[in-house]
Write a protein that binds this ligand. Structure first.
Ligand SMILES: [Zn+2]
Length: 260
């Protein structure tokens, strides 16, 4: 069995200096690969460094909504230059966060749309963060030309939004530990209805630890429990859910399954 963590922050402080341990621990749980995701210049550099260090770690780099206010021409030039690295598999996490509102909303929207264009010019898919902003996220994605795919990270929408987003070609939903929480009824319904070729699994570690480790720090290996939760909801085996998510991950990011 091959399980892949579509979105993790191995480049975040809790893992500093212990990354190799966490990659090994993941492998013990049959988690054979992971995308290390940046969100600002420092985290982007960390993702690049780890992707060069570990053959089964890939990098995703971009400007998240919190730092959208810092995105200027110099930032874009650097992003484009860094994205040429063959370890970079997507632009992200990018998107909208109307919960924290760390950047003005009009700036968030403009920088999100701009990075969608950058990704398309680079022939790369995108990894999207959206919080309390489904309406605008949907509209911007619909207006964008998503030729190379978009993954909605830690997807927490209910059936209505799931139907809308799946109505957009090239959109894939990525479930996090939230799908394993008892009270996340809406997300459960979304996991049940999503077709096998339209979802991925992720940890978003160090955040959103899945059951049965909820309450402790999350880590990439725990994506196994996310895949298990999706499998249980869909009434299929862990191996089937993991395999489907793995194949979708390979296809969307243009990765070679033999590499993992
Ligand atoms: Zn994240």
């Amino acid at each position: 069995m091959k399980i892949y963590d579509n979105h993790t922050h191995l480049n975040d402080k809790p893992f500093a200096g212990k990354e190799a341990d966490y990659v090994a621990r993941a492998r013990d749980l049959e988690v054979v690969g992971m995308n290390c995701v940046g969100q600002d210049p420092e985290m982007n550099l960390g993702a690049l460094r780890l992707a060069r260090q570990f053959p089964n770690v890939k990098a995703i780099i971009g400007y998240c909504p919190d730092v959208a206010k810092d995105y200027d021409q110099a930032a874009e030039d650097l992003l484009v230059e860094q994205a040429q690295d063959d370890q970079v598999v997507a632009i992200g996490e990018i998107g909208l966060d109307y919960y924290w509102d760390e950047s003005p909303r009009d700036v968030q929207r403009a920088v999100f749309a701009r990075q969608l264009e950058v990704a398309r010019d680079l022939h790369l898919p995108v990894n999207i963060h959206t919080r309390d902003a489904f309406e605008d996220c949907y509209r911007i994605l619909k207006e964008a030309n998503l030729e190379y795919g978009a993954v909605l990270h830690s997807y927490n929408g209910g059936p209505e939004w799931t139907e809308k987003f799946l109505g957009l070609d090239d959109v894939t939903l990525s479930f996090s530990g939230v799908v394993s929480f008892k009270n996340a009824k809406e997300v459960h319904e979304s996991a049940k209805m999503v077709p096998l070729d339209r979802f991925m699994v992720e940890t978003d570690a160090p955040y959103l630890t899945p059951v049965p480790h909820r309450g402790h720090q999350n880590e990439p290996g725990y994506v196994r429990y996310v895949a298990q939760a999706v499998a249980d909801l869909k009434g299929i085996s862990l191996a089937e859910a993991a395999q489907a998510a793995f194949e979708n991950t390979m296809r969307v990011y243009g990765l070679n399954a033999e590499e993992f």
